[in-house]
Design a binder for this molecule. Structure first.
Ligand SMILES: [Zn+2]
Length: 235
């Protein structure tokens, strides 16, 4: 049994309150444990073995894609699942900094033949789409539940889908555009629930389930949805 466990390291963190697993390109699989923890790290990894193997495979795939250079990252299609829009991408050489524009159901990147600059143009376009599509969606769901965030914004974040500050600012990652609509609404409900309860206590879950009865399903969908974010959208 233990032979099948992926390799991992243990890191003691003075800020950690619970044992958790992380996977990053730099450190691989890490078991983060609170100071003075006396548990069995092998058992922790064994209990999350499938998740860890999947996360490690994703990291390896991402690293391989990035190693191939910016040219290899340029997409042929962009699938904004959240808005049910599938766009073909074409690249047109021209003078000046590349700009991405939608034209008749296509995404056209016009400008210098420079892969890095074209990727930047696509990311700027993604940020604009996120502001246009995600911000009104948060406000609409907030209104439907009679809630009022102090501010709604989009953010560039790879590791988090969303956040809610103590001041009531809700931020949604640009990458949420790649989520299926029901997972996006689940994410928004989750952040809206944080307007009342900031932590993830049982009280939070009880409140969230009143906003989103499918919250547990949506949470699981979000966990598995990282692979829906195409590598070009990463910073
Ligand atoms: Zn949360």
């Amino acid at each position: 049994m233990s032979a099948a466990l992926p390799p991992y390291t243990v890191r003691v963190s003075s800020r950690a309150r619970h044992v958790r697993l992380t996977v990053t390109a730099r450190d691989g699989l890490v078991v983060v444990v609170p100071r003075g923890w006396r548990g069995d790290a092998d058992a922790v990894v064994a209990s999350k073995r499938e998740w860890a193997l999947r996360a490690l495979a994703q990291v390896a795939e991402r690293r391989a894609v990035h190693a191939a250079g910016p040219e290899a990252l340029l997409p042929d299609v962009v699938d904004l699942r959240a808005c049910d829009r599938l766009l073909e991408v074409s690249y047109v050489c021209g003078p000046g900094t590349p700009v991405a524009r939608e034209r008749a159901g296509q995404l056209v990147v016009t400008g210098l033949d420079d892969a890095t600059a074209r990727l930047q143009a696509l990311r700027r376009w993604l940020a604009r789409e996120a502001r246009r599509a995600l911000v009104p969606r948060v406000w609409a769901l907030a209104e439907a539940h009679g809630l009022s965030p102090s501010r709604v914004r989009v953010m560039r974040a790879r590791t988090r889908w969303g956040s809610c500050s103590a001041h009531g600012t809700i931020a949604i990652s640009h990458n949420a555009l790649f989520l299926p609509p029901e997972a996006l609404d689940g994410l928004i409900a989750h952040e809206l629930a944080h307007l009342s309860v900031l932590d993830h206590s049982p009280r939070f879950w009880a409140h969230l389930l009143t906003l989103d009865p499918e919250a547990h399903t949506h949470r699981a969908m979000l966990r598995r949805a990282v692979h829906l974010v195409p590598p070009w959208a990463d910073e």
